[in-house]
Design a protein around this ligand. Structure first.
Ligand SMILES: Cc1ncc(COP(=O)(O)O)c(C=O)c1O
Length: 366
């Protein structure tokens, strides 16, 4: 069997040239006689890999010099706790504000509540089953100076995405960008901290990228945070406080080289827009055979949930799609129906194949 169309929500499809390069490098990286997996993280070869990965991420995202880039472990989930542990200098008195747009922002808030006395929900779309992103004029902040405002820029499960970057003035804006990082240009200056698990748009699981403005590092010198949970020692040691996830960072570097070769983030965005327009067009143009529950202005370019008017056909749809080489289309268990994830590395042909299959399925069953 050849490669299939992989609509997985994550870990997700990787660019084929990246996998091929990794295969070629597997047992002998550039004549070193070693696999990247077998190298000391302090070796000259490996330092070049991690340095280049950071430089390329800075270049592609336009990360300003006053931001630090970290490659950490523990997934985005560990950042749910590390952010409030590090960014609130007075956890007894200060508040952190959260905008709740789905399951992942709820989890971020739950973790914050374990380490802070005061948290506040500035806005939530829970009452609308998370089918849209609240506008900023709907937010009610806890006061003039919360320690930060946390948003989830793309909601992997519910298929919603911010179409705007909130303006929080002097209040640090913190973003979980796990499922849309590098899919569209963003002005990093508008954020205090951005974090993302790599396993959707950046590479394999096991490495988490944290981009943090330098004045937000080391806010709690007397807190005696466990060393792995404190951004400062990670910054001081260039993500080498302990052994980093060396192989995952190597693959991430290859993915970034691929993004650059595609023409960078602008070119990637153009293709992502085309892919999303094709799929949502197929859903909206199906005369109600398919439907997307998400409000049009909040639709995600990365994860498109859709349902069949006749839910009894869902299992047949998924089984026939699988036979046609269209894999991992089952919706998240909390939402049901289908979900097509269309991350950067998903080829446009995969969307074309899905759209064609959907039209045929509607014709056979409509
Ligand atoms: C938006 C978002 N945040 C956080 C997570 C959790 O990430 P991790 O598994 O890296 O902890 C996910 C995982 O799918 C996600 O989609």
């Amino acid at each position: 069997m050849g490669r299939i169309h992989n609509f997985s929500a994550g870990p997700a499809v990787l660019p084929l040239p990246v996998l091929e390069q990794a295969r070629d490098d597997m047992v002998d990286y550039k004549g070193s006689g070693l696999s990247v997996m077998e190298m000391s993280h302090r070796s000259k070869e490996y330092l070049e890999i991690i340095t280049n990965a950071e430089a390329l991420l800075r270049e592609l995202m336009g990360i300003p010099a006053n931001y630090k880039v970290l490659f950490l472990q523990g997934g985005a989930t560990l950042q749910f706790a590390m952010v409030p542990m590090n960014l609130v200098d007075d956890p007894e008195n200060q508040t952190a504000d959260y905008v709740i747009t789905g399951a992942w922002s709820k989890k971020a808030l739950e973790e914050a509540r374990k380490v802070l006395k005061n948290t506040h929900v500035a806005a939530s779309s829970a009452a609308e089953k998370f089918t849209r992103i609240p506008r900023q004029d709907e937010w009610q902040l806890s006061g003039p100076r919360p320690a930060f405002v946390h948003i989830t820029t793309n909601n992997t499960i519910y298929g919603t995405e911010y179409s705007y970057t909130p303006d929080t003035g002097d209040i640090p804006l913190v973003a979980d960008a796990s499922s849309n990082i590098l899919s569209r240009p963003v002005d990093v200056n508008r954020f205090g901290l951005i974090y993302a698990g790599a396993q959707k748009n950046l590479g394999p699981s096991g490495v988490t990228v944290v981009i943090v403005r330098e004045d937000l590092v080391g806010l709690r010198p007397n807190a005696n945070l466990p060393v792995m949970l404190d951004y400062k020692p990670h910054v001081e040691n260039g993500s080498m406080l302990n052994t980093p996830p060396t192989y995952a960072i190597y693959i991430l570097g290859l993915v970034l080289q691929w993004v650059k070769a595609q023409g960078g983030v602008n070119a990637i965005e153009t293709r992502n827009l085309r892919k999303a327009e094709k799929l949502y067009g197929a859903i909206d143009g199906s005369n109600g055979f398919y439907a997307c529950p998400v409000k049009v202005d909040s639709r995600s370019r990365m994860n498109a949930p859709f349902i069949l008017a006749n839910d009894a056909l869902t299992e047949t749809f998924l089984a026939e799609a699988k036979k046609a080489g269209l894999s991992q289309l089952k919706g998240h268990r909390s939402v049901g129906g289908m979900r097509a994830s269309m991350y950067n590395a998903l080829p446009e042909e995969s969307v074309d194949a899905l759209v064609e299959f959907m039209a045929g399925f509607a014709q056979r069953n409509g």
